[in-house]
Design a protein around this ligand. Structure first.
Ligand code: 13P
Ligand code: SF4
Length: 334
């Protein structure tokens, strides 16, 4: 059983997701009403479905969402993203109630590491500090010295002493990329994102031939061969900014498809082509964890204020330190 499955099994309210939604109800109106009545804030990641992105008070990548969660005055934080992101919001804002529309919205990267595993690794490399990508659960954060996101990882690693030994967890693709751009030799945990590892270099090369003017842009969670041919590599927010600001008119986008919703809004005249994956049946680069959240579940979750993100205070306090360190060290990053 993963940590997340254990948390779901321990849920006080079982089957709330099957609760009936009254017929003929206007979900957008009801959600807006509850948002006011409950002084709630809806935070959404760019990988959520378009309707959830549109109703959110704040839309962002994981760094922007962590910052928004830290400074909100709302009583109820409704986190439309995956579990580790909602957990980060709770760690930063313990007096607020944090709810996630579907508690099973996990992450393959976060599932690949545990606090216990990190402790074992630290025994093997006693002089190393642990830098963890924010895509990890609270037990991993609690064992880490600094947290990073894809938006600030390069900046933070560059600001550490050159001879500092570093264990980087859990994403080996992001870790390898950061090693390459910073000239470091971090020890990499063997985790990966199932969505970003699914891109097919062969099929992307074909897309590039068919669209010779298009620029390939990729998230650093993608594998090395894809990153090697990319014109630009960046976090979700940076990919969005690149599409808006670059003079090219066509882009092949190698990251989760949800970001195309905001890219289309901000750059309506540009052509955006989702990069193809190895699965030639669905061609999908959707994160099925992210897409577990729906408008119906968002409505139910706001109505019943469940499922709630809870964690032991001891773990929360330990996990808070490396997150605060990240926020402090990345003030210069937008
Ligand atoms: P960002 O840090 O770019 O938001 O990425 C989060 C994520 O889960 C990427 O798969
Ligand atoms: Fe995790 Fe990958 Fe989904 Fe991001 S896209 S939440 S890294 S599984």
């Amino acid at each position: 059983m993963t940590m997340l499955e254990k948390a779901v099994a321990a849920l006080p309210i079982k089957g709330y997701l099957n609760m009936e939604i009254p017929k003929g109800i206007n979900l957008v109106e009801e959600i807006n009403k509850m948002r006011k009545e409950k002084n709630a804030i809806i935070l959404a990641h760019y990988y959520q479905t378009g309707d959830i992105q549109d109703i959110a008070d704040f839309l962002g990548d994981s760094l922007q969402l962590a910052r928004a969660a830290e400074k909100t005055n709302a009583d109820l934080i409704v986190f439309c993203g995956v579990h580790f992101m909602a957990e980060t919001a709770k760690i930063l804002n313990p007096t607020k109630k944090v709810v996630l529309p579907d508690l099973l919205a996990g992450c393959s990267l976060a599932d690949s590491a545990s606090g216990e595993g990190i402790r074992e690794m630290k025994k093997k490399y006693p002089n190393a500090i642990v830098v963890s990508y924010i895509n990890c659960d609270s037990t991993v954060k609690a064992e880490s010295d600094i947290i990073v996101t894809s938006s600030n990882a390069e900046h933070i690693i560059n600001s550490l002493p050159e001879n500092q030994e570093i264990i980087f967890a859990p994403d080996k693709n992001l870790g390898r990329y950061i090693n390459q751009v910073t000239g470091r030799n971090m020890i990499l945990w063997d985790g990966a994102c199932i969505v970003h590892e699914a891109f097919s270099l062969e099929r992307i090369a074909q897309q590039m031939l068919e669209h010779p003017k298009a620029k390939l842009i990729a998230h650093p969670e993608a594998q090395k061969p894809v990153l090697q041919v990319a014109h630009y590599i960046g976090s979700t927010a940076n990919l969005l900014n690149y599409v808006v600001n670059d003079s090219s008119q066509e882009f092949i986008v190698a990251t989760e498809e949800g970001i195309l919703h905001e890219m289309r809004k901000r750059a309506p005249h540009k052509t955006l082509i989702p990069a193809l994956t190895i699965d030639d049946k669905c061609n999908c680069s959707e994160c099925h964890f992210m897409k577990l959240n729906t408008m119906e579940k968002l409505y139910l979750c706001m109505k019943y204020e469940q499922p709630e993100i809870l964690m032991e205070e001891e773990i929360r306090l330990k996990a808070l330190k490396p997150i605060n360190r990240m926020l402090e060290m990345s003030k210069a990053i937008k």
